[in-house]
Design a protein around this ligand. Structure first.
Ligand SMILES: Cc1cc2nc3c(=O)[nH]c(=O)nc-3n(C[C@H](O)[C@H](O)[C@H](O)COP(=O)(O)OP(=O)(O)OC[C@H]3O[C@@H](n4cnc5c(N)ncnc54)[C@H](O)[C@@H]3O)c2cc1C
Length: 489
């Protein structure tokens, strides 16, 4: 290592203490260097774990000074490292400092009258949900990675999850931020205001910027009254058209009580049945017509009156759905544990895919009304290009977000060689899917972000003017490229 490299490490140790500067020579950095899907492992100069905002600011200032003095150094802010677009892991250069926010994990305040909670950025999402719950409120951001992802990462990616159709995404749930800028300054914008038109809304620049514009160190978030009853139902439908019809009547009948509407293709559910046979999947029959080619829908209803009232509303919804013929069969969870088991099936799909082997992932959004047409058209194009290819299609249909993943055919050349399949087809499959997304007026990233994975695709599919504006913002806030270079733009 060069002398200036050793100097910056010494400086970082003086800021956060030796035990919080982790080095490959003495520590196991795999959890910080490898992405969640295990597709890449980078090489960090060091992993630095500051204890508070002042230390984050000092770390950023020290790296900035070293960079100005000619050291090729940059910072990768990291939360729970559950991101799926290679935005939170270092590159191969060995010159990036991973700035882990995990020690900034305190709930700072709950304001019951203002319906807000203020937390440090390293708070695990599930811990925030629990703190809100203990105070008698709901914090509705909810996703399968909630046991490990951090609110700083959720805001950094503008995470979506399962309740977006009712409460919006992370951006909609955030009222204020505290951010360490690329100059090492601390912007204290922890306002709990719902109205504040004093110029540009800086908060929205940092939300969704994936660690490229600043380090989020704390946030003020919206709380909601807890619903008196929450019910979950599981329905089998024959097609995406039927799922769309069910969504329409559910929105009409349940209005804002409809908090979740997840769709799962039969093949996606079959992977859960195959790899986690201990899970009980309602209405599942290993019948290629009824199950594997059909779809399942998970609906969640939050009711402000009572459980009985919620059940009546679900019953009336299902009656209409049966009459219209859009639902083949349905069950409503009888208890909290049954509801959790239903959600567990849905949340196990990404893990079942990992067990099945590498696949080509897409996190896309499509105008909800076009989802059936989009899938029919894109499925046909993919089958034509790669006969027998398997589609793991599931997602948050209520907000138009599909995880439209492509798995190699079960037989033939690549059946036992998912890596080879990706090497041969990944680019072609992305082009087919993203061209189709563009044709239907959708987005190539609904909720996971851009990171390093979709940077080229962003440049291809986003308008040149939008890209130019984004680059101007990056240049204005981080002129020497200290934060997460090579990500997003
Ligand atoms: C099983 C599974 C299910 C998932 N389901 C969903 C889902 O339903 N909806 C969804 O939106 N996502 C989902 N994700 C993706 C992922 O969980 C989210 O993107 C999450 O918001 C990332 O949070 P994190 O703390 O792990 O961030 P990380 O992965 O550590 O970082 C993600 C990005 O944010 C930046 N970042 C992290 N912390 C900060 C900070 N404090 N300040 C500034 N930038 C920061 C990083 O540099 C990186 O670019 C899922 C992932 C998994 C593994």
């Amino acid at each position: 290592m060069t002398t200036s490299g050793q100097l910056i490490l010494k400086k970082l140790v003086s800021i956060v203490g030796a035990e919080h500067v982790l080095l490959a020579s003495t520590d196991d950095l795999s959890g910080y260097e490898r992405d969640w899907r295990g597709r890449v492992r980078g090489k960090a100069l060091a992993v630095v774990r500051p204890a508070d905002t002042a230390q984050v600011s000092a770390v950023v200032s020290a790296c900035l000074e070293a960079k100005k003095n000619g050291l090729s150094i940059s910072i990768v802010p990291q939360g729970g490292n559950t991101g799926l677009v290679l935005g939170s892991v270092p590159d191969q250069s060995g010159q990036q400092v991973v700035l882990s926010l995990s020690r900034l994990n305190k709930v700072l305040a709950i304001d019951s009258a203002n319906l807000t909670i203020t937390v440090q950025a390293g708070c695990i999402l599930q811990a925030i949900q629990q703190s809100a719950d203990q105070a008698g409120f709901l914090f509705p951001l909810s996703l399968a990675a909630q046991g490990s992802c951090q609110i700083g990462g959720n805001l950094g990616t503008n995470a979506g999850g399962t309740q977006v159709l009712r409460y919006g995404n992370a951006r909609d749930l955030c009222l204020g931020l505290e951010v360490v800028t690329a100059q090492g300054a601390i912007w204290s914008g922890l306002s709990g205001l719902r109205k504040d038109n004093t110029g540009y809304d800086l908060r929205h620049l940092f939300i969704g910027s994936e660690g490229t514009l600043g380090v989020i160190t704390a946030a003020t978030l919206k709380l909601f009254p807890k619903p008196l009853a929450t019910l979950t139902a599981w329905a089998a439908v024959t097609s995406l058209d039927a799922a769309l019809q069910l969504l329409g009547i559910a929105q009409k009948q349940l209005e804002s009580g409809l908090t979740g509407f997840e769709v799962m293709g039969g093949f996606a559910v079959s992977l859960v049945a195959k790899h986690f046979p201990q899970q009980r999947i309602p209405l599942w029959q290993p019948d290629p017509i009824l199950s594997e080619r059909g779809y399942f829908v998970l609906l969640e209803l939050a009711d402000a009156e009572s459980e009985q009232h919620a059940r009546q509303r679900f019953e009336s919804l299902m009656e209409q759905a049966f009459e219209l013929g859009c639902v083949i069969d349905a069950v409503v969870a009888e208890s909290l544990s049954q509801a959790q088991a239903l959600w567990h099936v849905r949340e196990s799909i990404p893990l079942a895919q990992v067990e099945e082997g590498l696949n080509i992932k897409h996190d896309i959004s499509i105008p909800i009304s076009s989802i059936p047409q989009f899938c029919a058209s894109t499925d046909a194009q993919l089958q034509k290009a790669i006969p027998g290819v398997r589609l793991v299609n599931f997602g948050h249909m209520g907000d138009g977000n599909l995880h439209y993943n492509v798995q190699c055919p079960a037989t033939g050349l690549y059946a036992q060689d998912a890596k080879g399949f990706l090497a041969r087809y990944e680019e072609q499959v992305h082009s087919i899917v993203y061209d189709s997304v563009a044709q239907f007026g959708g987005s190539i990233s609904a909720e996971h972000g851009i990171g390093a994975l979709k940077r080229d695709a962003l440049t291809h599919y986003k308008s040149p003017i939008a890209i130019e504006l984004m680059r101007s913002i990056k240049k204005a806030l981080d002129p020497i490229g200290l934060f997460n270079p090579g990500r997003v733009v």
